[in-house]
Design a protein. Sequence first.
Length: 236
Amino acid sequence: MKLSIDEQKTLLELATTLRNGEAAPAAGSKAQQELDAAKKEHARLVEASGSAQLAVDDMELEILRIQEDERKLRRRAADDKVQLGAASDIEQRRDLEHDLYAAKSRIADLMSELQEAHNEIHALRNNADLCAQRVKEDQKKIEALEAKLAENDSAATAADREERIGELREELPDEILVTFDERRLENGVGVAAFNGRSCGGCFIVLPPADLSAIRQAAPEEMPECPECGTFLVRNA
């Protein structure tokens, strides 16, 4: 089959478009912008959720610290009481009573701090749960937008593809299209690029004799793959 180099490229694009059935989605579409904005908001919500959970973790550590300090002070107060029961020296008893009073005072302070911490962690946990719920809801929103975008892109792609196929066929002679359609019906490819070593239709690496014949064919000649019969374009 003979064609000018430009027509060979046109025919190759037609074959590739028919074979792939894919096109790039429209950039900057409204649906894409909505999805980008939603993902940006989702990132903000994820960060806020992480900060909220971190605040809960910090407060839980603070509660554990207070509880541990309280246990130590209670052991200290109990030890002071035991020593007071056995001490007879006035100075020693005075020191033990002072230490016992300080321990009890600090325990009272810690109990107040613990109550405040429990009240605060309740609010922090509610906030963390709310943030986590917002992240889940926003993820569902993103999934819905992605599905909508994929549906829109699929419809637009199909329409664009059919339009491009029509444009390419109009640029080619009818007799060439007849031959191409017949060959494509036979092997599912019709026309493919030749990379210098193998056929772009069957991807078989050809023997040296066949490679030499393909390379030496006239520029306007479209040689055929000896394996699958696909017309080869050497100037792709």
